[in-house]
Ligand binder design. Structure first.
Ligand code: ADP
Ligand code: MG
Length: 265
């Protein structure tokens, strides 16, 4: 028999309260500790069953943990800016397929291990949408890693130089969503192009990738300095992918704050 006493009708309330404080600490369940009094009051007022009360209390803890987990994943993702789909102004984005964007926001493409390619000139919302999809994926429970193409190349080059490229690629392939932002702003040499190829190939049909670029696929040969490597990268990326062309005006230019010099002219 356990010697732990269970509260009964005759147990003083203060003893139950301190026992609950101890138990919620032992369970590491602060949301239960914080909500049990208030929910008990509601339960009494509304005549909930014991089971209904238990479900409500446990529900608070689960919701708090889920929210906390998503926040932690978003923090660790390394987003350059925290942008959301809610902040995205479709009216500005021209003839963008709104339904597709909303669908991608549900993050099913991550579980499906397929890709999203965002193409368009600077300032058209590529990074914004990539970050917004990353946030949604993190909220849906997926681990996410976001960086520019140059950053990924730097990271892989470091791994390569210490003989750990295979290991690093395997590690990255276990991250369900990787974002490669800004392919094309800086041209790559042969070594860098090969690293991008390895990164994309290692994720092909095993994990989802979002890529943004200011260059059409037809010009990726110039980015990678080699038509064959570029074609091999594009081939693996687009086999399972939604390709979104953003071709409105630059949001930055349209919504820029006038500078003092600008205001003077
Ligand atoms: P890109 O990566 O295509 O160069 P960004 O995504 O960085 O462009 O967008 C530039 C700025 O304009 C960001 O602050 C972004 O939030 C904003 N922006 C771009 N398009 C939109 C849009 N359709 N609705 C709201 N903000 C937008
Ligand atoms: Mg960008």
């Amino acid at each position: 028999m356990s010697t732990t006493s269970t509260p009964t009708a005759s147990t003083p309330v203060s003893k139950t309260a301190s026992q609950l404080a101890y138990l919620t600490r032992a369970l590491r369940a602060p949301a239960i500790r914080d909500s049990l009094e208030r929910l008990a009051e509601t339960a009494r007022e509304e005549g909930w069953s014991h089971q209904e009360y238990l479900a409500a209390v446990l529900g608070r803890e689960v919701a708090a943990r889920e929210a906390h987990g998503a926040e932690a994943r978003i923090r660790r993702a390394g987003l350059p800016v925290r942008k959301t789909l809610e902040d995205f102004d479709f009216a500005h984005a021209g003839d963008l397929d709104r339904e597709l964007i909303v669908h991608l926001g549900m993050a099913d493409f991550v579980a499906a291990k397929s890709n999203v390619i965002l193409l368009g000139p600077p300032g058209t919302g590529k990074t914004h949408l990539a970050a917004a999809f990353a946030v949604r994926a993190a909220q849906a429970g997926h681990r996410v890693a976001f960086a520019t193409a140059s950053h990924w190349v730097m990271r892989l080059a470091r791994a390569h130089n210490t003989g750990g490229l295979e290991h690093e690629l395997r590690r990255l392939a276990r991250i369900p969503l990787l974002v490669i932002d800004e392919v094309g702003y800086i041209p790559f040499d042969t070594g860098a192009a090969n690293l991008v190829f390895h990164l994309v190939a290692s994720r092909y049909e095993t994990a989802a990738t979002i890529v943004t670029s200011n260059r059409a696929f037809s010009r990726w040969g110039e980015i990678f300095g080699d038509e064959i490597v570029a074609a091999a990268i594009v081939d693996r990326l687009v086999h399972h992918a939604d390709v979104i062309a953003l071709n409105g005006d630059s949001y930055r230019l349209k919504h820029r704050r006038p500078t003092r010099a600008g205001a003077a002219t």
